[in-house]
Design a protein around this ligand. Structure first.
Ligand SMILES: NC(=O)c1ccc[n+]([C@@H]2O[C@H](COP(=O)([O-])OP(=O)(O)OC[C@H]3O[C@@H](n4cnc5c(N)ncnc54)[C@H](O)[C@@H]3O)[C@@H](O)[C@H]2O)c1
Length: 345
C-alpha cells in the first residue's frame, strides 16, 4: 500500500515513517521543510520526498497513493495565538483542500492528526469520550475541529476519512521538540537539576508516546474499513492521563537530586482535561497495542539527552521550539506573507 505522509519531516513524521517502512508500506513524504537543519539525531527514513507547502498541493501529488496520513500543520497553540489567520489557512483550509484533492485522485483512506485539545477545559473529574462536549479554546484547537467538520462530509464508499484526536506527545525523535510538556520538563531536569512548574501542578493532561501515536495511525491504515470509516478516535490510553505534578515526580525519579518548584500561578493556559480512550482500545484492539508510559518515556529522554549532550544553549536556541524556529525563519525572510505577527516584548 502506498502511503503519502504530509508533515513527514517534523517531530512525529521522523518516527512514524521508519515504522511505516518496517511494516512494509511504500512511503512518500510531502513537507515544506520548515525545520530543516533542526536535527537532534540523525534521521532514519530514506523515502521519496515532495517538497511543497500543503497550501499549494495539486491532485497529481496524490496520484497512485492509496492512503494519506495528514500530519502537516502549525503544530501548537502559541503560534496560533500570535496569528490565528495563518493557523486557519494552513491547518484548516489547506487540510480540507488536501482531503478533497486526495479523494479526487482516488485515495481510499485519509487519516487526520487532530488533537484532544478540541475538548479544552473539562468538568472536574470527567473523562471525555469522543461524544463529549467540544470546547476548543485556542486557534489551534479550533482549526483541528474545523478540519474534522470540513472533511467528514467527504466520506463516501470509496473515501474513508479517520479522525485521530491525539493526546499530547512525548518521546525521542530525530527532530526533537522541547515545547512539549514531558520533553520540556525532562530537559529542565537534565540540564539544570531543577524543574519549575508554572501552576500548582494540578491540571490534567492526556499524554502519548511518539511510537504509540505512530502505532495508532498504522492501526487506522490496517484496520478493516468498517471499523474506521468516518470515525473519530481519541488516541491514547486511559492510564496515560496525568496531573502535571506526576510528570515532575517522574523526572525526579529518573534524574535523582532534581528539585521541583511550583509557582502556583494560573497562567494563560487554562486547559485541564482527562480523556477517555476506551474506543480506540476496544474497536482497534487487534491492531493498536500501545507499549509506553510516561515513566519509561522520561527514562528514554534522559538517556537521549545524555547521549547527545543536550545543554542550555541548545535548550534556549531555536532548533527545538517550533515558535522560535518559525520566528527565525520569518526574520530571515524565508516565510511567505501569510506569516505575520507582532512579537511580544
Ligand atoms: N506533537 C503533539 O503533541 C501533537 C498532539 C496532537 C496532534 N498533533 C498533530 O500532529 C501533527 C504533527 O505534529 P508534530 O509534533 O510532528 O509537529 P512538527 O511541527 O514537528 O511537524 C509538522 C511538520 O509539518 C510541516 N508543515 C507545517 N506547515 C506546512 C505547510 N504549510 N505545508 C507543508 N508542510 C508543512 C513542517 O515543516 C513540519 O515538518 C500536527 O498536525 C499536530 O497538530 C501533534
Amino acid at each position: 500500500m502506498k502511503v503519502l505522509v504530509t508533515g513527514n519531516n517534523g517531530y512525529i513524521g521522523n518516527v512514524m515513517c521508519p515504522m511505516l517502512l518496517s511494516e512494509g508500506f511504500d512511503v512518500v513524504g510531502l513537507d515544506s521543510n520548515y525545520f530543516e537543519g533542526c536535527e537532534f539525531e540523525q534521521r532514519q527514513a530514506k523515502i521519496g520526498q515532495i517538497v511543497k507547502d500543503i497550501r499549494q498541493v495539486a491532485a497529481e501529488d496524490f496520484q497512485g497513493v492509496d492512503a494519506v496520513i495528514h500530519l502537516a500543520g502549525l503544530s501548537n497553540d502559541p503560534i496560533g495565538e500570535l496569528n490565528p489567520g495563518i493557523t486557519e489557512k494552513i491547518n484548516l483550509d489547506a487540510s480540507v483542500r488536501c482531503a478533497q484533492l486526495a479523494k479526487q485522485a482516488g485515495v481510499k483512506r485519509f487519516v487526520f492528526a487532530s488533537s484532544c485539545s478540541v475538548y479544552g477545559v473539562a468538568k472536574e473529574g470527567e473523562m471525555i469520550s469522543e461524544q463529549g462536549e467540544l470546547n476548543p479554546v485556542t486557534a489551534y484547537a479550533k482549526s483541528k475541529i474545523g478540519t474534522e467538520f470540513g472533511i467528514s462530509p467527504l466520506a463516501e464508499a470509496d473515501f474513508s476519512p479517520v479522525f485521530m484526536r491525539n493526546a499530547t506527545v512525548y518521546g525521542v525523535s530525530p527532530l526533537l521538540r522541547l515545547d512539549l510538556v514531558v520533553n520540556n520538563l525532562a530537559a529542565w531536569g537534565h540540564i539544570t537539576g531543577k524543574i519549575k512548574i508554572m501552576s500548582d501542578g494540578s491540571p490534567w493532561r492526556p499524554l502519548i508516546h511518539i511510537q504509540d501515536f505512530s502505532r495508532a495511525f498504522i492501526a487506522a491504515l490496517k484496520a478493516p474499513k468498517e471499523l474506521v470509516h468516518n470515525q473519530v478516535f481519541n488516541v491514547g490510553q486511559n492510564s496515560e492521563n496525568y496531573q502535571i505534578r506526576y510528570l515532575a515526580a517522574a523526572v525526579k525519579q529518573v534524574i535523582p537530586g532534581c528539585s521541583v518548584e511550583y509557582t502556583g500561578e494560573h497562567g494563560s493556559d487554562s486547559r485541564t482535561y482527562k480523556v477517555d480512550f476506551s474506543k480506540i482500545n476496544t474497536v482497534l484492539k487487534d491492531h493498536f497495542k500501545p507499549k509506553w508510559n510516561v515513566l519509561k518515556g522520561v527514562e528514554e529522554l534522559a538517556e537521549a539527552y545524555k547521549r547527545n549532550k543536550l545543554d542550555m544553549p541548545a535548550f534556549e536556541g531555536d532548533k527545538f521550539v517550533r515558535l522560535r524556529h518559525l520566528t527565525l525563519l520569518k526574520k530571515s525572510g524565508k516565510l511567505d506573507n501569510d506569516f505575520f505577527w507582532t512579537e511580544k516584548k
